[in-house]
Design a binder for this molecule. Sequence first.
Ligand code: SAM
Length: 201
Amino acid sequence: MFLEHFRGFISPRRILVIGNAQGWSTIALALIFPEARVVAIDPDQAGVEFTNRLTAANGLSAKAVVARSPDDVTRVVNKHLEGPVDFSLIDAIHENKAIKVDLAAVRKVAADNAHYLFHDVINWNMIEGFRELLAAHKLQGKIFTRTASGMALAYSNLSPEFSAYLDCFTDPPGRFGILRLNAAASLDPIAAYQICDVRPR
Ligand SMILES: C[S@@+](CC[C@H](N)C(=O)[O-])C[C@H]1O[C@@H](n2cnc3c(N)ncnc32)[C@H](O)[C@@H]1O
């Protein structure tokens, strides 16, 4: 539901998914953005083949490729997207270092105003990595405390309408810190509080 309504605010033409698995999000993005070309990479051949059977059977504009971030990103984008990425889902290795490496690889082949959506940022303790990649790339960001896994979006700018929509999926800082993250001993509620709406430092 959260991602589905992005189509009311943005119209990406070239979408790159880092981490395809069995293709759930690849297919979801192809359904949400039927005008876009979606390419997903993953080293897992069985998942890639399964995804491509599904996309072919349903006539979707999406393709999964056996490839690995960061080394293969530029080659895959040049070959299969033929232009700058304007939306990327980063959902591969769930570590702070890895999301920074993935983002850097995609940035090299992305449009200036691309959007970068990260899965599992809260649940997998990647708030610090997200904060660091925003600073390194002078991007702004939001972490979505009201999504199941704590997704996050990095961007250079948003329309006021899209920003208002996205803010429906964040909590007021005080409530977020007290009611939700205080219960999770491994998380830092202050860091999460500060990152809910982040601007370059
Ligand atoms: C959390 S799953 C992805 C879930 C997927 N986006 C979905 O919608 O179901 C992570 C995936 O990242 C893949 N992966 C691991 N290292 C990778 C890398 N360096 N580049 C691309 N994908 C990688 C794994 O094989 C795994 O399938």
